[in-house]
Ligand binder design. Structure first.
Ligand code: ATP
Ligand code: LTN
Length: 339
């Protein structure tokens, strides 16, 4: 009897920018789900340092955070033996494909991106070309690995739609070249809001440290930040259209405990915001404690992280190089080496 060929695993690619210490938004919206999917997919997770310089960075901080981000990935449960963990700038194919994709992306399409509009407003003194073409670099990240699935937070879905459009357009001109990827957002935690202004997304680069909780914040800080989270008028723990503060805290509580919003409302019936905020803080701190401990262990060994980077870079280049070669041939560039 012939053995059944083992079904080939589908591919995942995702990334986060080392533009600050990763927050519980990054964790609940993205990294936690990467860890849940790692067994079933062939996974590439990258530290998007090329993307980070679309906003001015202090070089020493950027370098340090690149190591920290890699260590956070592992501390959050990504097994470095089962996943390809790598740094974007160490795989030059990303920048090479991004240029080519720039030439298949319209000015109008990039102008409609809400992240570009938000960041242009926030950094009005530095609206650089990289900020504008950010989504084509992200499309290159994804398409180089022929990713089937891209697990991200809600805010990145527009970029994934654009990636799909670019891939489809390229395939229509040159024949099948890229896998057209699907976005994947979690049921809870896809859009964690700022604790200082719950109408805004929680963002690690927010200058107000009370706006975010970092994955590495010590227990007492986590609890204190939730205690001082901005809430709405009223005192009942109940969701409502005009209650962004409490909606956000209920969503965070459910994401950390696995409870439904209805259960949470029932649990805190007759109790006030104070009790509820304390419970959200405890739930978050319980989940973050083991991550912080593992992170401390990992960052004590820089050599280990460097060895992983090297291993990840080689695996990523093998895969990315094949796609780039194919693209360059299709576009019509003269090539002297075969792949
Ligand atoms: P920056 O503040 O530098 O723009 P960021 O905190 O928005 O960064 P990214 O590195 O751009 O984070 O995002 C990494 C991943 O985390 C992406 O998949 C993104 O969708 C997700 N993510 C970021 N912020 C949130 C959030 N508040 N809620 C849920 N998911 C989020
Ligand atoms: N743009 C993303 C980070 C990112 C990314 C990617 C996410 C860079 N490249 C590829 C998914 C796939 C962000 O979260 N701002």
């Amino acid at each position: 009897m012939n053995a059944q060929p083992e079904e080939k695993k589908k591919t995942i690619l995702s990334a986060a920018q080392p533009s600050g210490i990763l927050t519980i938004g990054n964790y609940l919206g993205a990294i936690r789900n990467w860890a849940l999917l790692q067994e079933r997919y062939d996974c590439y997770f990258c530290v998007a340092d090329l993307h980070a310089i679309t906003v001015r960075q202090v070089p020493a901080d950027l370098r340090r955070r690149t190591y920290e981000t890699l260590a956070i990935y592992i501390a959050c449960g990504l097994d470095p033996e089962k996943n390809h963990l790598f740094v974007q700038s160490q795989v030059p194919e990303h920048a090479q494909l991004a240029w080519i994709l720039d030439c298949y992306t319209q000015f109008g399409e990039l102008s409609r991106m809400t992240q570009f509009k938000d960041k242009s407003q926030k950094h009005a003194d530095n609206i650089n070309a990289g900020l504008f073409t950010y989504p084509t670099l992200m499309a290159a990240d994804i398409l180089l690995y022929q990713a089937d699935l891209v697990p991200v937070g809600q805010d990145q879905m527009q970029h994934i739609e654009l990636t799909r459009d670019i891939a489809t357009r390229f395939n229509n001109i040159y024949g099948p070249t890229f896998t057209v990827p699907e976005g994947f957002i979690p049921k809870t935690g896809a859009r964690v809001m700022s604790l200082a202004d719950p109408t805004k997304k929680m963002s690690k680069s927010d200058e107000n440290p009370r706006a975010w909780v970092s994955i590495l914040d010590p227990r007492d800080v986590v609890i204190k930040k939730f205690r001082s989270a901005v809430t709405d008028s009223g005192c009942e723990v109940r969701r409502g259209e005009d209650k962004p503060g409490i909606n956000n805290l209920i969503a965070i509580y459910c994401a950390f405990t696995g409870k439904t919003p209805e259960d949470a409302e029932k649990e805190f019936e007759g109790k006030g915001y104070g009790d509820f905020k304390a419970a959200v803080g405890e739930a978050a701190a319980d989940a973050l404690d083991p991550i912080r401990t593992e992170y401390a262990r990992l960052t004590a060994d820089k050599g280990y992280l460097e060895a992983l980077m090297k291993q990840g870079k080689e695996a990523a280049q093998r895969r990315a190089g094949r796609t780039l070669f194919k693209v360059m041939r299709k576009v019509g560039f003269a090539q002297t080496d075969g792949k």
